[in-house]
Each structure stands twice: as C-alpha cells, then as structure tokens.
Design a protein around this ligand. Structure first.
Ligand code: SF4
Ligand code: SF4
Length: 500
C-alpha cells in the first residue's frame, strides 16, 4: 500500500520561501493562514561548522498516528488509505481542537476577512472555507489527477505537489515511502535523515536530510523552533470549563446530599443544566462555523469533545426530567451523564497534545478537583441563603476538594517540564497568581471550612462564613481554570530527532 511522503534536504534549502508562495497561490490558501512555513534556524546554537544558515521548511507531516485526527469531534479530519491526512471542509466547525493537538504548528483556523483578502471578487465563492481549519493536503487533487493519467507522483511534475515543482534548489522531494525503490526511499537509504518530534510517536511522513555532525545536534534531539502561545482557545473556552465543570459538580453534590438524607431542595437540578448549557453556548459561538455544530456528535468514537457534547445532550433533558419526577432512576442517569461530562472536559484538556502544560496526566485530576471546589462553593453560597442545615455536609465535601485542589496544583506547578511547560506555567507560579489560586482558592476556604466544622457558630455567623468561603472557592477555582487555559497554553517547540 502506498504511503505518500516527502524528503526535504536542509543542506539545499536556501530559505527563499518560493515553495510557500507557490503553495498559497496554487491552493488559494487564505492570507492569514499558511500551509507551509520556512523557518530560519538558530544555527549558531546548532554549531554549524561552516557558519552558514539553515532553514526548516515545514508543512503538515501527514502523521501515521495523527493527534489532530484523534481529537477532531466532527470527523472532519480523516486519513486517506495512501496516508494523506485531509479535512472534509463541509464538516469542520472551526473548534480549533486540532490546532492545540497538532505538535507541528501545521494548522490554522481561517477567518472570513482573511479568505482571498487580495482577491475580493472571489470572496463570495470562498465563504465555505472561512471559519474552518486549513492545512497542507500534499496537493492531493494534483496527485490523484496525475495517477489517473498514469503519471508518477514525485517524478512527473503534473502529478507532484506544487512546492516540489517550484522549489528553486531541488530541496523538496515527494514519493512513496513504502516503495523501497521510490525516489525518496533511495534518498533516505543514501543520506543521513531525521524526523521532527520523533519522540512523540506520531510517525511523520516527512524526513529531513541533515548532516549529523553539527556539534549542537550531539546525536540527540534538539529544539529547532521555540514554543509559541496558542491563539485558538480564548475566554469562551475557559468559561465552558468553568461553568460546565461547576454545573456537573453541583448536580453530583446535590444528589449526594439527597442520598445522605440531607434537607436539600431540588433547585440544583435546574441550575446545573443551565450552567452547562451556558458554557456550551459560549463555546459554540467561539467556533468558526457555529451553525454546523450538530456535526460535533459524529466523532464520539475517538474525540473527547464529541463525548462532552453527547454527555451534555443526555444530561440536559435527564436533569430536567429528574426535577419533574424526583426520587427516580432519572436522578442517577442524570448523575452518570454529569460524571461523563466532567470526565470528558478533563480529557479534552489532557488530549491537547501540542500544549505540554495541558498534556500531562495530573491535569485530569486538577480539572476534576477544581470543578468540585467551584461546585461546593456555589452550593455553600446557596445553602447560606436557603438551607443552612446542609452547610456542615458541604463544609466537609468542600474541605476534601479544596485540599485535593491545593495539593494537586502544587504538585502540578513543581512538575518537571519542557520549555513550553516552563514558559506556560511561569506566570502561574508568580505571587499574584498564587495569591488567587492558593490563597483565595485554598488557604482562606480551608480556615473557614475547618472553623465551620469545628466551632458551633451562631446562625448569622455561620451564614456569613459560608458565603465568604463559598465565594472564595468559586473565585479561586475559576481563576485556576482560567489561568490554565488562557495563560499556560504554549504550543510545544519543534524538535529535530536524532539523525540516522
Ligand atoms: S502534522 Fe499536525 S495536522 Fe498534520 S497530520 Fe500531523 S498532527 Fe495532523
Ligand atoms: S472540526 Fe475542529 S478539530 Fe475537526 S478539523 Fe475542524 S477545527 Fe479541527
């Protein structure tokens, strides 16, 4: 079976960017996007003995195990049998999840005003490509058309990608990686080559010819491109994690109180779906193509974002029905959906492969603990106003979740990290940030919650203490999630693997 791939000769590339210009023009790539980048490398760091310059042309690596495909909630991203990773434009909702999952900086979400910005007469016809993800497709239409004519991609120009044809230095080669006699297989056998981000196990289909004797290479992986901040998930994404997590935890805590026989009324069964619904609504409006959002249900087999949508779709009507018919099986079915929603949200963050501050197992627990802290905080606020009898239960639950959140956050911040993790979490370790997450979110509630549990406070003081601790928990936990999404999101740098 054919697997299309490339060999790019870094010793030949002169950094002229002709390939990028040709690619953008021939493929009508929106001006704000770029299917290719030619990145000047910091060669003194590599120790280039000739003191020359090196340039790294990159595009989609058409990974054998593509993180972008795994996370895509709509199945818009898919892989052809010949290995080319492609996008069904008509399914893409522009959620940006693939952008924070791709470790090669290969994807962009287009904006309406950037599509054909230099050829406005084409704008109406191009609206179908606005607000969605775009990336290199190895010029698949040319390759397929060439094959129909009996041509050989990589050998015959009419069947080869545009960047290959336009490269002025003969640095880019295209062919079949699975054919040992193909042009690129022979190059790989004859010359020292390396692949990018080799340690991630993504099996990229692009190999780079590169000498192994740069002292900076040292036979090991070396960073070629520094990390950069993610720019696709903004405040609506953070709000979804804050509101959705709080809503799910409120429901689970309410049912727990019910199960214990605590005197709690059913208001939480309505508030929880409202919070989850508001979070998802905000997120939907941030997507590039919100009116196609129904496609999000297609990718449940592999995407946690799709599973989050399914969990919400079950939870919202179940919670409403449980409010109408209390003390029934519906309560527990809704609780299961709330739990699935909470777990899905945590995995959405964790599976963002390109953001190293999110892509670590402890983040799963941080997200769950923070949700229970904000849920218990909101419940405490309501309990102070409406039913003080449950405050002691909530104080106990709050104490456990606040302790868990504080401990997990400290372990997370002191975890050993790569450069993107260190960059992203540097601001989270600053005193001002710690004052919000640890001071407001952990220390203040811990003291007040312990006071409520250990001291027999008069009703008024108990209510005031519950309000202050609940508010602190809510704000501290929301601040933690907001900082995690908005500040710590650095896309990992690109590393050269060992030269073979
Ligand atoms: S390089 Fe990025 S966009 Fe291309 S297949 Fe790999 S993960 Fe997907
Ligand atoms: S639906 Fe989302 S994850 Fe899938 S290709 Fe579009 S932007 Fe990427």
């Amino acid at each position: 079976m054919t697997r299309w791939g490339m060999v790019i000769d870094l010793e030949k590339c002169v950094g002229c960017d002709t390939c990028s210009a040709a690619c953008s023009q021939m493929n009508h790539v929106p001006s704000g996007a770029g299917w290719r980048q030619v990145i000047p490398l910091d060669t003194p760091k590599l120790g280039n003995p000739q003191n020359g310059r090196l340039f790294l042309p990159t595009n989609c690596m058409h990974c054998g195990d593509a993180p972008c495909q795994t996370v895509c909630p709509t199945t818009a991203t898919f892989r052809h049998a010949d290995g080319i990773v492609d996008i069904h434009d008509e399914l893409c909702i522009g959620c940006g999840y693939c952008v924070v999952a791709c470790p090669y900086l290969a994807r962009t979400i287009t904006r309406y005003d950037e599509v054909y910005a230099f050829t406005p007469e084409l704008l109406p016809a191009a609206t179908d490509r606005s607000g969605i993800c775009t990336k290199c497709d190895f010029c698949l239409p040319r390759v397929e058309a060439g094959l129909v004519q009996g041509l050989t991609p990589g050998i015959d120009a009419a069947a080869s990608p545009n960047c290959v044809n336009f490269c002025i230095a003969d640095a880019i080669h295209f062919g079949d990686l699975h054919d040992p006699d193909s042009n690129i297989s022979r190059m790989i056998q004859a010359k020292p080559t390396m692949r990018l981000q080799e340690d991630l196990g993504t099996d990229p289909a692009i190999q780079y010819v590169m000498r192994a004797d740069y002292p900076g290479m040292n036979g090991a992986a070396v960073e070629l491109v520094p990390p950069r901040k993610q720019k696709v998930w903004h405040k609506p994404a953070a709000f979804n994690f804050i509101l959705g997590g709080t809503g799910a935890a409120v429901y689970l805590l309410g049912l727990w109180l019910d199960w214990l026989g605590a005197p709690v009324t059913d208001w939480y069964k309505l508030l929880a779906p409202v919070l989850i619904g508001l979070g998802l609504l905000g997120l939907t409006l941030e997507a590039g193509r919100p009116f196609r959002s129904v496609h999000i249900f297609r990718g449940w087999r592999h995407s946690w974002m799709s599973r989050e949508a399914w969990a919400a779709a079950f939870f919202l009507p179940l919670a409403a029905a449980a409010w109408l018919w209390p003390d029934s099986l519906l309560d527990w079915l809704a609780a299961l959906a709330a739990l699935a929603f909470l777990i899905s949200q945590s995995f959405i963050v964790y599976r963002s492969r390109a953001v190293t501050a999110w892509n670590r197992p402890i983040i799963l627990w941080v997200m769950v603990a923070a949700s229970f802290v904000s849920g218990a905080g909101l419940f405490l606020l309501a309990a102070a106003l409406f039913h003080q009898a449950v405050i002691s239960y909530l104080a106990a639950a709050g104490l456990v979740s606040v302790l868990a959140q504080g401990g997990l956050w400290l372990v997370y911040l002191h975890g050993s990290g790569d450069k993107a993790f260190d960059l992203g979490t540097a601001v989270l370790r600053k005193p001002r940030s710690l004052l919000a997450t640890m001071g407001l979110g952990v220390v203040v509630p811990l003291i007040l919650l312990a006071g409520m549990l250990l001291v027999d406070l008069p009703a008024l003081l108990l209510g005031v203490t519950a309000v202050i601790s609940g508010g602190a928990m809510l704000l501290g936990s929301a601040g933690l999630k907001a900082q995690l999404i908005l500040q710590a999101g650095y896309l990992r740098g690109i590393q050269a693997g060992p030269v073979r």
